[in-house]
Design a protein around this ligand. Structure first.
Ligand code: NAD
Length: 241
């Protein structure tokens, strides 16, 4: 960590991101029209029941999304978040299943809802492996001989990393909430773990409710709003004019 930033008071920054941070990379948000979600009903592709009923359909749905992610590139917002590491300790807690924060250069990324480019054993949830290519085939097995499933937290499933994420948010001096409608629980409740003395910025083009009355809402797309927040943080840490 840069010592000048420590003198400025801000030590730990936590970025809590949602689908909106990847929208400008061409990956549609949950609620956008015309997206994959519109062609599929959530219950048919993103629940444990769907997996039992029609696993091939579920695999196909995630194959399409994986392909989309592999063809996408990190945008200005992902890159600005990664750049913050030059000056501060930064943790990214994301609801996204894409790997654009990592590809932009962020080192500490926690994926609350799983990772599209990984698969896990249906016998042992801790057995997680990377998927080579875009396709996870029906019949692809883990080392224990059971079918591999997408490493995704489906609707109706526990969010195993939630307590870890809550701890990270609780240690933030600054929390940047970007591109999330804060409507998907329990993840959305994470913002309540921020300490009363921390600063909160919300970046979203829509008039989303700030998690705190004194939170700063920058009503702009992530590619514009995140650099504004970064500039402000650097300025208040005495790192730029
Ligand atoms: P959401 O779809 O509920 O909300 C998206 C938010 O992003 C909205 O508030 C919208 O106004 C905002 N937004 C749209 N364009 C933006 C932009 N250019 N810059 C900044 N903000 C923008 O998404 P959510 O809150 O993340 O919850 C949806 C769930 O769907 C999550 O659990 C996530 O796992 C999943 N999801 C993930 C991806 C991904 O991995 N990229 C994509 C779609 C959905």
């Amino acid at each position: 960590m840069n010592s000048t930033a420590q003198q400025g008071g801000t030590k730990r920054i936590v970025v809590f991101s949602g689908a909106g941070v990847s929208a400008e990379s061409g990956i549609r948000t949950f609620r956008d029209s015309g997206g994959l979600w519109e062609e599929y009903r959530i219950e048919e592709v993103a629940t444990p029941e769907a997996w039992i009923k029609d696993p091939k359909r579920v695999l196909h749905f995630y194959d399409l999304r994986r392909e989309q992610v592999m063809n996408a590139l990190p945008n200005t917002a992902h890159l600005a978040i990664a750049d913050l590491e030059k000056h501060f300790h930064v943790d990214v807690v994301t609801q996204n299943i894409d790997d654009l924060h990592e590809r932009a250069g962020s080192s500490n990324v926690l994926h609350l809802h799983g990772e599209i480019r990984k698969a896990r054993s249906t016998k042992d949830p801790d057995l997680v492996i990377p998927i080579v290519g875009a396709r996870l085939a029906w019949g692809a097995e883990c080392a224990l001989g059971s079918q591999l499933r997408p490493h995704i937290v489906w609707f109706g499933e526990e969010v195993p990393l939630l307590p870890v994420a809550a701890n990270i948010v609780a240690r933030a001096d600054v929390l940047i909430v970007v591109g999330t409608s804060l409507q998907v629980y329990p993840a959305a409740g994470l913002v309540d773990h921020a300490q009363p003395g921390s600063r909160i910025y919300v970046v979203d083009p829509e008039a989303v409710a700030s998690p705190r009355p004194n939170g700063v809402h920058i009503q702009a797309p992530a590619s514009i709003g995140v650099p504004i927040v970064v500039k402000e943080l650097l300025r208040s840490a005495g790192l730029s004019g």
